[in-house]
Write a protein that binds this ligand. Structure first.
Ligand code: ASP
Ligand code: MG
Length: 401
């Protein structure tokens, strides 16, 4: 069997944990399996490196940031190989260059294009444990790239798909995927299974447990994932295409505080206005999420939308820049004190009243809804940031997990 095992930063944060991971990998190796290990940088090392960069130059070139950040993963894989050697097991660490993990050239947010198999296959044939840097790649100019924060999950899934692995295990510091963040909702429960679609919505709407692109890729290539703890032997959560029929109506509640709401007030009420607004924003790489259009006074309309907090200023500047030209409006307002709370569940497709039930729980908790958006299997509300935890708990309780 070929097993891909990915360990997050907390799982390799210090010497003791590195040896703990080494032993878990060696266990599988000694059963005769081929083992490929993907690691994140140790502990909070990526944040430490970012702080160092920011201290030297807050506007550091993205290329240099990637050059710096990739050292985090390179450190952890080298130390892991040393630990395995100390335990008498042949192993080798490989970075993105040595494997040849090809990506697009978008520094800081590159997408994997192709992973070469030969080197890894060769090392596995020599009966070595192969330890690969997560989160990084190389672009066509032979520069290092990174896949976006949390991107090691995506490296692991991509490797599992490329190598046709028999298992892809994502090890973290929690026991699996929960119905809500246990730090916010006390009686959150661990799920045994969840579908790709539900996991993708949860990951995209605030559940920090998996990188959303890793879930997208797992679905695309049919890679079944297991999310479990590196610190104990609890079973974990399986992420796959379909789950048991008697599953719950809602599989989870997620929240995201990294949201800002932009309101463009008093736009002309005529065709093409939304097109122009969102075209300008797209041209400035502003990713827009929830959109709401409402009727204003005297043939005007208001459009509001949400973006991540770091893009709020760019969004406002973009609108301001075009205000006197193609985009006439009366005012642009920004509110960073908002958050999103979402419920996700495949069951809502066939059961009416799920949204109403969520709104009722929010009403009972006296939480005001500013905006709503939905997909087939998700309902998201935009609320005051300070109401986040109260709303999470109220909604979680309502669905009786
Ligand atoms: N070390 C990177 C980060 O902190 C990638 C990862 O951990 O997945 O974002
Ligand atoms: Mg992660």
């Amino acid at each position: 069997m070929l097993i891909v095992k990915k360990f997050g930063g907390t799982s390799v944060a210090d010497k003791e944990r590195i040896f703990n991971v080494a032993n878990r990998c060696i266990e599988d190796y000694k059963k005769g399996h081929d083992v490929v290990v993907v690691l994140s940088a140790m502990g909070k090392q990526t944040d430490v490196l970012l702080d160092m960069a920011n201290d030297i130059n807050p506007n550091a070139p993205k290329r240099e940031l990637d050059m710096l950040l990739t050292t985090g993963e390179q450190t952890s894989v080298a130390l892991m190989a040393m630990a395995m050697h100390a335990l008498g097991v042949p192993s080798i660490s490989l970075n993105a260059f040595q494997v040849a993990m090809h990506t697009t050239s978008v520094a800081g947010n590159a997408k994997l294009i192709k992973i070469d198999k030969d080197r890894i296959r060769h090392e596995l044939e020599q009966r070595k444990i192969v330890i690969v840097t997560g989160f990084q790649g190389i672009c066509k100019y032979d520069d290092y790239t990174t896949l976006g924060r949390g991107g090691s999950d995506t490296t692991a899934v991509a490797l599992a798909a490329t190598l046709h692995a028999d298992a892809c295990e994502i090890y973290t510091d929690v026991d699996g995927v929960y119905t809500a963040d246990p730090r916010i909702v006390e009686d959150a429960k661990k799920l045994d299974q969840i579908t790709y679609d539900e996991m993708l919505e949860l990951a995209s709407f605030g559940a920090g447990v998996l990188h959303n692109r890793s879930v997208e890729m797992a679905k695309k290539y049919g890679v079944q994932l297991v999310v479990r703890s590196s610190l104990n032997t609890t079973e974990g959560t399986i992420v796959k295409e379909e789950v048991k029929m008697e599953k719950m109506l809602i599989s989870g509640v997620a929240s995201d505080k990294n949201v800002a709401r932009i309101a463009v007030v008093g736009l002309e009420d005529q065709p093409g206005v939304a097109f122009k607004l969102f075209r300008h924003l797209a041209n400035h790489n502003v990713n827009v999420d929830m959109i709401l259009q409402s009727i204003g006074r005297d043939n005007t309309k208001d459009i509001s939308f949400t973006v991540t907090e770091d893009m709020a200023d760019v969004a406002v500047e973009t609108v301001e820049r075009h205000r006197s030209g193609s985009l006439k409006c009366q005012d642009v307002k920004v509110n960073k004190n908002v958050s999103k709370v979402s419920i996700v569940g495949a069951g809502m497709q066939t059961n009416p009243g799920v949204a109403a039930q969520m709104f009722e729980a929010l009403y009972d908790a006296n939480v005001n809804i500013q905006q709503i958006s939905t997909s087939e299997i998700r309902v998201t509300v935009l609320i005051d940031e300070e109401d986040t935890n109260k709303a999470m708990n109220a909604v979680h309780k309502e669905f009786d997990f």
